[in-house]
Structures are given as structure tokens and as C-alpha cells.
Design a protein around this ligand. Structure first.
Ligand SMILES: Nc1nc2c(ncn2[C@@H]2O[C@H](COP(=O)(O)OP(=O)(O)OP(=O)(O)O)[C@@H](O)[C@H]2O)c(=O)[nH]1
Ligand SMILES: [Mg+2]
Length: 306
């Protein structure tokens, strides 16, 4: 046993939409708690995940991607991410390597503004260059050079969240930056999010992965009923997919109900894995007119105070 003190603290994962924050969270935990998709603006809430190691416990906090917000929903998402920067011991700023046909290395306006904010906090900021599997190693160097000039990062770490490259080095660097102190959560804790929330998110993930164009951005999911049948061990879940307009209802249901059926089948598979039980999932679609632009409707659908 080493005599090094135990460390425990919070790391907020922050960055633009779609850079791979939620994929990285799932990768470091070795389990899926955050939903992911090829579309930007998938995450809408603060998603905490606990990693316990022999030398340290790190509470990762996944956040919605930072973007220019127009609707009330988007403003809420950006607020959630911004608030998570204050109450943390370190920040992991994620960017993605290999953007565009020219493999751009420039720093976006959003990230420049974020770096300004972070300068004010005085917290250690780790630059995590994700998706390095998409480009040859030497191409990462100009990215590192551009960012090194812009900010005094605690470290710059190239990773691939999907392939697991560089993740151990990232975890070692973050663990060493945590304050000394005992673990906050029991060893086997993964998250303090309620199962009902994660279940609703899993349904929402399928909407993001399967629906075209703008429809996913008008959807929210709430779980309305949850029954655990003690004799069979089966879990019965009823969830509602909320849309903004009548026309979107038909799109979510699909021809002959095919779309909703497919979403249900995919979501049930994830739920059965998470709950280690047989799941019966019933999905309904309801119109909550213009909910993404109404603070009152947002609260009703679970996007109120964090
Ligand atoms: N090639 C590659 N793709 C990745 C990697 N990490 C994530 N992705 C993909 O990038 C897309 C976005 O991933 P997410 O984890 O949902 O991104 P996010 O930053 O959480 O996005 P928001 O929640 O919208 O802010 C998905 O299609 C992922 O599979 C990686 O290391 N390499
Ligand atoms: Mg996300």
C-alpha cells in the first residue's frame, strides 16, 4: 500500500455540442448512464457519474453542449452547463479533433468565450482533444499548439472516447488534481440520478437516433408509471413522448405505428440491461404546444431547477 493521501473531487465535462462528452463519461465509468447520439444538443441535464479508484474518487459531471441559445429550452441547457463550472474542482474542456474536410485546428468563438470565463474561476482546466481516432497522430500537434497559445491548461490530453485511447492517462491526470479527502460516495455508487430519469432519457436517445431533421429537438420524455411486479420480477413502465405540434405526433408514431414501435423496442433493450429485469414498456405521444419556448412547460416536463 502506498502512503499517498486519498483524493476526492468533482470534474465538470464541458464543451460544444457533439464533441463526445457523454460518450467519454460512459467510457470512464465503464457503463452507460448518459445518452449519446450523432446529433448535437443531445444532453439537456447535469449528469453526474462516480468513478472510484484505489487512489481517488472522481465525480464526473456531464453537461449540455454550449451553443447560442434561442429557445427557452436551449437557454436552460446553457445555464445548466455554465452553473456546473462554478461548483467543481477541475474542468475538462472537450474539443473534437478532425473537424471539416480541412481538419480545422482553430478555436471557436464559443470556446474562446468559455476560456475567458474559466480564467476567472482559477480552477485547473484540462484540455481533452477527443476523436483522435479520426486523424493521423501528427495532425494533433497543430491543435495542441493553437490551444497552448490561448490558455494555460493544467494538461492537454488527446483521447478517443469510442476507442478508449488515452483515457487512462486522462484519469491519472485528473485524479492527481483532486483535493485530498475521503470518498463522498460508496465504492459501488455510479450516479445519484433516479432510475426513472435514466429510463426517460433512454427513450429520448432513441428519438434522437431515429427521427429525422428537427423533430427530436421538439421532443421530451416523461415516465408516468413504474410498477415492479414482485412475483415475475418484471418492470412495467409507461412513458410519454411530448411533442410541440400536432404534425409531429404523426411523425413520432410513424406509418402504422412503426416508428414508435421501433423506438420502444430499442429503448426496452437498454432498460432491460440497466434494470437486469424483463421490461414491459408502453409509449404514448402527447402534444404540449410550443413547450420548448415556454418556461412553464419546461418545468412541467422536468427542465426546471437543477
Ligand atoms: N470517431 C469518434 N466519434 C466519437 C468519439 N467520441 C464520441 N464520438 C461520437 O460523437 C457523437 C457525439 O457524441 P456525444 O457523446 O453524444 O457528444 P456530446 O458532447 O455529449 O454532445 P451533446 O450532448 O449534444 O453536447 C456520437 O456520434 C459519438 O459516437 C470518438 O472518440 N471518436
Ligand atoms: Mg451529451
Amino acid at each position: 500500500m502506498s502512503n499517498a493521501p486519498y483524493r476526492c473531487g468533482f470534474v465538470t465535462l464541458v464543451g460544444r455540442p457533439n464533441v463526445g462528452k457523454s460518450t467519454l463519461l460512459n467510457r470512464v465509468l465503464g457503463q452507460k448512464i448518459a445518452i449519446t447520439s450523432h446529433r448535437p444538443q443531445t444532453t439537456r441535464n447535469r449528469i453526474p457519474g462516480v468513478l472510484t479508484r484505489p487512489d481517488a474518487q472522481i465525480v464526473f459531471v456531464d453537461t449540455p453542449g454550449l451553443h447560442k441559445a434561442e429557445r427557452a429550452l436551449n437557454q436552460h441547457m446553457v445555464d445548466v452547463a455554465t452553473e456546473a463550472l462554478w461548483d467543481t474542482d477541475a474542468v475538462a474542456l472537450l474539443i473534437e479533433a478532425g473537424v471539416g474536410p480541412e481538419l480545422e485546428v482553430g478555436i471557436s468563438e464559443t470556446v474562446t468565450e468559455l476560456l475567458e470565463q474559466l480564467r476567472g474561476t482559477g480552477k485547473p482546466v484540462f484540455l481533452v482533444i477527443n476523436k483522435i481516432d479520426r486523424l493521423p497522430r501528427p495532425q494533433v500537434l497543430p491543435i495542441i499548439a493553437a490551444y497552448q497559445d490561448a490558455f494555460d491548461f493544467a494538461a492537454i490530453l488527446p483521447v478517443s472516447a469510442t476507442k478508449g485511447i488515452g483515457v487512462d492517462a486522462l484519469l491519472d491526470a485528473l485524479a492527481a488534481a483532486m483535493p485530498e479527502g475521503p470518498a463522498l460516495y460508496p465504492e459501488d455508487a455510479l450516479t445519484d440520478l433516479p432510475e426513472r430519469f435514466i429510463a426517460a432519457e433512454m427513450v429520448r436517445e432513441k428519438l434522437f437516433r431515429q427521427l429525422g431533421q428537427e423533430v427530436p429537438y421538439s421532443t421530451a420524455v416523461t415516465v408516468e408509471a413504474w410498477r415492479e411486479l414482485s412475483d415475475s420480477g418484471r418492470v412495467e413502465i409507461e412513458a410519454v413522448v411530448h411533442v410541440e405540434r400536432e404534425s409531429q405526433k404523426g411523425i413520432v408514431i410513424g406509418k402504422g405505428g412503426q416508428m414508435l414501435k421501433r423506438i420502444g423496442i430499442d429503448a426496452r433493450r437498454d432498460l432491460e440491461r440497466m434494470l437486469a429485469a424483463k421490461v414491459h414498456l408502453r409509449l404514448f405521444v402527447r402534444v404540449e404546444k410550443g413547450w420548448t419556448r415556454s418556461v412553464g412547460s419546461l418545468k412541467k416536463l422536468g427542465y426546471g431547477e437543477q
